[in-house]
Design a binder for this molecule. Structure first.
Ligand SMILES: [Zn+2]
Length: 307
């Protein structure tokens, strides 16, 4: 990837790495975030063996989640975003924090691929109707929970609608995943948010940018333009200020201890039934498919501890 004139502090130097950048522009009236998520989308596709439309949907969804989570500051902050819907995908869940790691899954990883037009995957039909829910845990007494109905199913508009209705932040969200026969070629997106000082002039200017034929984010990535350059082009402000950048990756934090904690919640009767199998049981993590084996003896100990 071309090293553009702009380089956000903290953004990786290695070409073709996934990363996110945060900027302000237009005299501080706008907060802008952009991310390249090609590698993490590819990893999710391989881990979950996703069919093309599921890969594109989950790629957009993870990118949207990362853009939304760009405001998290503390190491322990956590954001969980989920879609529950009636389309063949049935839903998706992603969890991320302030460190740039994300884990995610689709409820149904393999769905039939349909297209609206040649090369245009029909994500809307795969998602269907449903709800988008955001749970933000930033160390307050109760996590913040916001939920909106899906207005489009194409995911970007759904995130924008969530921000407008649940957080009262007018935003432009653009998400793109380009899939070909060999897998994901490009994935990324950007988010432009109006800050309290934004006036009608700023809004009008941004509207013109969106409706003025600004290229798809995947087209720009395909042209080797990174997140900084995409924001620079969209905003057209020579005084854009890049505040921070951080690498992004797909990474699951599951462990045998966590799986054990999940098992305990099943309750004693269920555990006793499972413990009857001399082979033990195997549990797979939803997020990364890693398998965890619990033998007869371990299950017996869990039951004993439960008393
Ligand atoms: Zn896992």
């Amino acid at each position: 990837m071309e090293r553009s004139f702009y380089h956000a502090p903290g953004a990786p130097d290695e070409p073709n790495q996934d990363y996110i950048v945060v900027a302000t522009a237009l005299e501080g009236k706008v907060r802008a975030v952009a991310a390249r998520t090609t590698n993490l989308s590819t990893k999710a596709t391989l881990i979950h063996d996703l069919s093309p439309v599921a890969a594109a949907a989950l790629g957009r969804f993870m990118t949207g989640t990362l853009l939304l989570a760009s405001g998290l500051k503390n190491e322990s902050d956590k954001m969980t975003v989920s879609i529950q819907s009636d389309g063949p995908l049935k839903g998706m869940t992603a969890v991320t924090g302030s460190g740039g790691h994300i884990k995610a899954f689709c409820v149904e990883p393999v769905v039939e691929t349909t297209r609206h037009a040649p090369g245009k995957l029909d994500i809307k039909s795969a998602v269907g109707n449903g709800m988008l829910t955001v749970i933000k845990d930033i160390g307050l007494k109760e996590p913040y929970v916001g939920s909106v109905e899906l207005v489009s199913g194409e995911i970007a508009e759904d995130f924008a609608y969530y921000l407008a209705t649940s957080e009262q932040i007018h935003s432009i969200v653009s998400l793109g995943v380009l899939v070909d026969a060999s897998g994901i070629r490009q994935a990324g997106g950007y988010l432009i948010q109006l800050l309290p000082g934004a006036d009608d002039e700023t809004i009008e200017y941004l509207e013109k940018r969106i409706h003025g034929g600004f290229p798809d984010v995947t087209f720009l990535l395909e042209e080797d333009l990174g997140p900084e350059k995409i924001l620079d082009m969209f905003l057209g402000d020579p005084n854009i200020q890049f505040l921070e950048g951080r690498p992004l990756s797909f990474r699951c934090d599951c462990s045998k201890e966590r799986m054990q904690a999940a098992l305990i919640t099943l309750g004693k009767a269920e555990l006793e039934a499972l413990a009857k199998d001399p082979e033990g049981i195997e549990l797979a993590c939803h997020f990364c498919n890693r398998k965890y084996h619990f033998g007869e003896k371990e299950l017996g100990e869990l039951i004993a501890d439960d008393n």
